[in-house]
Design a protein around this ligand. Structure first.
Ligand SMILES: Cc1cc2nc3c(=O)[nH]c(=O)nc-3n(C[C@H](O)[C@H](O)[C@H](O)COP(=O)(O)OP(=O)(O)OC[C@H]3O[C@@H](n4cnc5c(N)ncnc54)[C@H](O)[C@@H]3O)c2cc1C
Length: 454
């Protein structure tokens, strides 16, 4: 390939603001590309919205996470920084309820496995199973694309109620953290496409066996340190200013900057420079997720991840058995996605409702003694609300200034994979924003009237 004569050559002095999964991915990518990286994180630890938390001496997380086999960039990044591959338990996709109803994918190519799982699904009539297979075939034939204005409820309105209640609604809220009545059908179809047609293992569930910190943040920080990156925690970047062809971050000079902090913080930092981009980032709306950690020594759930029936007094969609995953025995995480009404009801009320749901959802004898609430954790801005036609901010903000994060325009909902991809893409995009800036400056210089050139 010909070398662009206008491209800035050699390593860049690069500041990356934010040490969540997007910022860590950007830092690793940039160090590998030979840049001199300074990574700055507001809090005392790495990982952002996917970080480890210690609760009563147990290594848990700020919220239970799941990954799927289609998260190829995330898995490749974990391998690149030397994360323990055993930190994730890989299992065929299953969405089973405590009474055994639901889907379990057999070992087969994902699209075939899905077909077989639907045909064998317990708890649905033949007509309901055929209706789902017909709908899924229609989605595949249409290239997993639909009218961008459709919600998931609109896409699935013709499906029988049990299929919507037991499969579509929990799948939608797990993948998009937005209820089906408000969630973007195009984004859900894209996730389904990547899971069902993304090659071997793409639909597999990957359940963390250890704290999220061990999955990426800690090994990535170690890798970056050894590779010579400057790492700073406990520092909130206050100001960003343009200077010549480069940037100043709180007064310090850099050639380029990746903003991998939250949309709100990125908007604050760029507002004086690019108000249009800032307004778009500020316009995003959010959905909370609540994780209720429970303890019950000696208890075992029927499966490491069990789907739960929701109701007015039953908030959680999924229960995770940490002991069955190789973590702390007798510790369970109950996840409430799309948790707006429950956050409004308060953490104590949510904890009590989940406790009651846990007691009544499983077969008698599951709990040898009444479970107790260990901690209720609410992330009020867990993910952006993934609605149809959402106009997400672009990665490129200005020459030498790009943004990364799960909210940046892209095909994915707010996920670890979306964050990692955006971090990697931000570094790739930087070089071309600088190339164009220098090219434009040279063109202006050549075309300006002679008096203006002085
Ligand atoms: C409870 C919960 C459950 C989830 N479950 C799943 C799941 O099962 N599967 C999945 O794929 N995704 C899940 N997600 C979403 C996933 O965690 C996020 O998409 C991902 O972590 C976002 O990473 P990010 O780097 O884009 O942003 P963030 O993690 O928000 O990182 C931004 C970082 O910037 C730092 N920062 C902010 N301002 C400044 C500043 N001025 N100076 C310096 N640093 C700053 C912040 O402290 C933060 O560390 C879940 C999220 C939550 C909260």
């Amino acid at each position: 390939m010909d070398r662009d004569p206008h491209a800035p050559q050699g390593p860049l002095r690069l500041a990356i603001v934010g040490g969540g999964w997007a910022g860590l991915a950007a830092a690793v990518e940039a160090v590998d590309a030979g840049h001199a990286v300074t990574l700055i994180e507001l809090s005392a630890q790495w990982g952002g919205r996917a970080r480890g938390v210690e609760i009563e001496g147990l290594a848990l997380d700020n919220g239970q996470h799941i990954l799927i086999g289609a998260y190829r960039h995330t898995l490749a990044l974990m391998a690149r920084v030397g994360a323990d591959p055993d930190a994730l338990a890989r299992r065929p996709l299953e969405l089973l309820y405590p009474d055994g109803r639901g889907l379990r994918m057999p070992a087969a190519p994902a699209w075939l496995g899905f077909g077989l799982a639907v045909l064998r699904c317990r708890g649905w009539t033949l007509a309901e199973r055929v209706a789902l297979l017909r709908a899924a075939t229609g989605w595949a034939l249409a290239g997993f694309a639909c009218d961008p204005a459709w919600t998931v409820a609109r896409l699935c309105h013709a499906l029988p109620p049990p299929v919507r209640e037991l499969l579509i609604d929990p799948l939608c809220v797990a993948a998009l953290n937005t209820p089906a009545a408000e969630a973007s059908a195009s984004v859900l179809l894209r996730v389904l496409r990547d899971a069902l047609f993304g090659g071997a293992g793409a639909a597999d569930l990957l359940l963390p066996r250890r704290s999220l910190a061990a999955l990426l943040p800690e090994p990535a920080a170690c890798w970056l340190q050894k590779a010579g990156a400057r790492l700073q925690t406990g520092r909130r970047v206050q100001a960003l200013a343009r200077e010549g062809a480069g940037w100043r971050v709180d007064g310090e000079a850099f050639d380029a900057v990746v903003l991998a902090c939250s949309a709100a913080e990125s908007a604050r930092l760029v507002e004086p420079l690019t108000p249009t981009w800032a307004a778009q980032a500020q316009a995003l709306r959010y959905e909370p997720i609540v994780t209720v950690y429970m303890r019950c020594p000696g208890a075992r759930l029927p499966s490491p991840m069990t789907a739960l029936l929701q109701g007015p007094r039953a908030p959680a969609q999924f229960a995770f058995d940490h002991g069955a995953l190789g973590g702390a025995a007798g510790v369970f995480a109950f996840v409430v996605s799309g948790a707006r009404p429950w956050v409004e009801a308060g953490l104590a009320a949510t904890g009590a409702a989940v406790l009651e749901q846990a007691a009544t959802s499983f077969a008698p004898g599951t709990w040898p003694q009444p479970p107790t609430v260990l901690r209720v954790l609410a992330e009020k801005r867990a993910t952006f609300r993934c609605t149809p036609g959402l106009d997400r901010p672009a990665a490129t903000i200005a020459p030498g200034l790009v943004a990364a994060g799960d909210y940046i325009a892209g095909p994915y909902p707010a996920t670890l994979e979306g964050a990692v991809r955006s971090g990697e893409q931000a570094v790739a995009a930087l070089r071309s924003t600088l190339t164009h800036a220098i090219h434009d400056a040279l063109t202006d210089e050549r075309t300006a009237p002679p008096a203006a050139r002085r």
